[in-house]
Design a protein around this ligand. Structure first.
Ligand code: PGA
Length: 249
């Protein structure tokens, strides 16, 4: 894939927040607004440390009866292969602990990709049958991955099983007893799947993400930096803290 300087993307809206708490508040306000506008919202969800603050505020808003998730549908971006769903580090368990157990989603409308045979196409169909993802929450890996679309992933990729890069295995080892326990494979929505979301919220915080945010949002659009494709999306809201945005400005 040829590398080309991106044209300025006027569709990308930036919110630079003072700190992680304010980034999370801004993201929660965003989701809350979309859910209030459309109670049947189809929401794409991400795991990782970055959306934890967002999930906490959404749970608080639900507790205060400011939000009702009963008609919403969720699709998670990715899941490890080779971990039982009940394993504390499966993304299903992560979502259960940090969000699902605290709000009133209907469990029949919570969807995860699965590593089982023929289930990737099925996941794509479920997304389509739900009317497509209206709002996709994304984090970004230090290597530019979105979901588990590691560097080199094709821009036209769809939900599939992938091998995790060494950087991702090292980054995620903090959640396991040791690095050998980190699964080497996962299932992820593809880049084309993510790009079909009608609207995207990209979250990034902290010094470790400074360089990759710069490359992804102001560098060439290249499969070497999967998140750089977001420059071509028509409705991306980038919510950053001041630290991560430092090299961008
Ligand atoms: P993090 O992960 O939020 O834990 O930094 C982001 C990602 O890998 O997509």
């Amino acid at each position: 894939m040829a590398e080309a300087r991106p044209p300025p993307n006027f569709a990308m809206k930036f919110f630079i927040e003072k700190n992680y708490a304010m980034l999370s508040q801004q993201a929660a306000n965003f989701v809350a607004q979309r859910l209030c506008q459309n109670p049947n919202l189809v929401l794409g969800l991400a795991t990782g440390s970055t959306p934890l603050g967002l999930f906490k505020i959404l749970a608080e808003k639900f507790k205060k009866k400011e939000l009702d998730f009963s008609l919403a549908t969720t699709f998670n971006l990715d899941e490890y292969c080779g971990l039982p769903l009940a394993h504390p580090q499966s993304y299903r368990s992560f979502m259960e602990a940090n969000l699902f157990s605290k709000i009133n989603l209907n469990y029949k409308r919570i969807f995860f990709p699965s590593c089982s045979l023929n289930s990737c196409q099925d996941y794509e169909e479920k997304i389509k049958n739900a009317g497509g993802i209206a709002l996709q929450i994304l984090g970004i890996g230090r290597n530019g991955h979105i979901g588990f679309n590691e560097p080199g992933s094709k821009f036209d990729s769809r939900t599939r099983i992938v091998r995790l890069s060494q950087t991702t295995i090292e980054d995620n080892a903090r959640f396991f007893n040791n690095i050998k326990e980190v699964p080497s494979k996962a299932v992820t929505m593809g880049i084309a799947t993510i790009m079909e979301a009608k609207e995207i919220v990209l979250l990034a915080s902290g010094e470790k993400k400074q360089d990759i945010i710069c490359q992804a949002l102001a560098g060439p659009i290249t499969e070497k930096v999967p998140a750089s494709i977001l420059q071509r999306h028509k409705a991306v809201n980038v919510i950053l803290d001041k630290t991560v945005a430092e090299k961008l400005t």
